[in-house]
Write a protein that binds this ligand. Structure first.
Ligand SMILES: [Zn+2]
Length: 267
């Protein structure tokens, strides 16, 4: 009676092998080789069933609870980890940056004024991708970034996830060409996701690219950088990117393709 087993409610005892795992990134990814990978670089392709659990708010599992508690401790209060407070904190630093760097305040300002993006708790899919990177490099002790293209079609989700031991992403042609092929096969490029890690105890010239002006910027803010928006616009041009998500593992800002024009980019 395989149908009966498959329909058993989650948590029902007696059929553990048949119980479907929902919103767990346990599928074996395909590895995409790249020339001269940087330290810790991995480029992976996942195929997942497009079930509603991926799009629901992320569970407060043990790792996420611990991460949030550590952030509250570092930032000093519950209020300080709210996404708006984090962006306000960064905006105050951005407006004081000298030269072109000060233009970063255009994007933090646009988000604070509600001109672009919406902010909500991270979805389960976003959390699982963030968590995969955080398990490789502990986010608060050794901040790194991951980036992912998320595509939907034919009842499936395809994710191209890239990450390395580095703050800042590396966009690979080997990966983006695969994304363009999927789009040609009818998959919708719903979003590019990346994380903005928190960065504490920064020193000018360190691995977080800190300068004297940015050393007090703890980051983790959900506004895209000028560089991010420049990349989003070229992905929209190249394969019709429909949106962009920026997460810190707790909350995510989601931008539409129209938002890319309401935000600022280089040059
Ligand atoms: Zn970014």
């Amino acid at each position: 009676m395989p149908l009966v087993v498959a329909c058993a409610a989650p948590g029902v005892k007696g059929a553990p092998a048949e119980k479907p795992q929902v919103c767990v990134l346990d599928a074996e990814p395909e590895l995409i080789p790249v020339p001269e990978p940087i330290e810790g670089e991995l480029n992976e392709a996942f195929e997942l069933p497009d079930s509603p659990e991926w799009w629901a708010p992320a569970p407060m599992d043990e790792e996420r609870t611990r991460y949030r508690a550590a952030l509250v401790a570092r930032l000093g209060s519950e209020q300080a980890v709210l996404p708006r407070a984090i962006i306000e904190r960064q905006h105050a630093i951005h407006v004081r940056l000298s030269g072109d760097g000060g233009r970063e305040a255009e994007n933090t300002g646009a988000v604070l004024e509600g001109r672009a993006g919406t902010i909500a708790p991270a979805s389960c899919l976003e959390w699982r991708l963030f968590q995969r990177q955080a398990r490789r490099f502990p986010m608060l002790e050794r901040p790194t970034e991951m980036g992912a293209y998320v595509l939907r079609g034919h009842g499936r989700i395809r994710v191209y996830l890239s990450g390395a031991d580095r703050v800042g992403g590396k966009l690979r042609r080997e990966v983006s060409s695969r994304v363009a092929e999927e789009v040609a096969k009818g998959f919708a490029p719903v979003a590019h996701l990346h994380n903005h890690p928190f960065m504490f105890d920064r020193k000018p010239g360190d691995r977080t690219w800190a300068t004297e002006e940015t050393r007090e910027d703890v980051a983790g803010a959900l506004a895209p950088s000028l560089t991010d928006v420049q990349a989003y616009r070229s992905m929209r041009e190249a394969f019709g990117l429909q949106g962009a998500w920026v997460t810190n593992g707790l909350d995510t800002a989601r931008y539409s393709a129209e938002d890319f024009d309401r935000l600022s980019a280089w040059p």
